[in-house]
Design a protein around this ligand. Sequence first.
Ligand code: SF4
Length: 297
Amino acid sequence: MLTGVHILLTYGCTYECDHCFLHCSPRAEGTFTVAGLRSLYDQIDSCGTIDTVYFEGGEPFLYYPLMLEGIFMAHSRGIKVGIVTNGYWGTSEEDAELWLRPLVGLGIHDLSISDDKFHFGDEVSPAGRAIAAAQKLGLPVDSICIEAPTVRDEGEVGKGEPIVGGGVRFRGRAADKLTVGLPRRPCSEFTACDREELAEPGRVHIDPFGNVMVCQGISIGNVWQSELEQLMREHDPQAHPIIGPLLRGGPQALAEAYGVAHDEGYVDECHFCYDVRRKLLDRFPESLTPRQVYGVD
Ligand code: SF4
């Protein structure tokens, strides 16, 4: 049952991180309008099952008045709100409080602030100041810390087995930037996707172009063309040209279904899946969208 909608308020971001799923950057285009948010909330209400929205991106604080209006709308409809930000606005703890004070009392149940070297290198982190300000204001704040992928010692999990430190998944820009030099496993091992609920999504991501995604870049429809409630009701995972094969046998089955040429091995299933999907972009433009997520203009 769909209970959560993650609103990709914008693909624009202050940074251009190697681990970003969505190829966000200062140059990326695509931002919600207030009319778009209003329409989306009406659709969310019609679903009758959604109790949580997240504002994320990109960097949602880049469009602060729009984000705030969207939070007001959620609050007035009794919907819980989460926010994911890189905290770039934490120029000082006192200034960070200016950004956060209007959010107090608006039903924010999770404020996740990225505080890691991908975003800030070794510099003193604005995210750290933002976290301190949120704590002072009593907002429920968490830090997200993603580490570079590493390879564990032989005795630990087996020679050459890569681990994803702190949660990097090899999709989007991470598939290109962070897989270099990591050991790969044979494609025959990647016969399932157990990282997203592709058949019965409990949450979806919706972007400014209306795409409803069950995994980044896999769309089940567009809310500017059909109502969200209708899209969810009519979602037929087995008949979907991308989700169907993934459910039947993971990225290996997806590659086989369409005869996609691929490497002999990949770092993980997402790495394999993303490579195959990118090669199928022109064949399934309605299901594999937006192209922004694939780093294609
Ligand atoms: S295997 Fe593919 S569909 Fe599944 S989580 Fe990874 S990228 Fe998404």
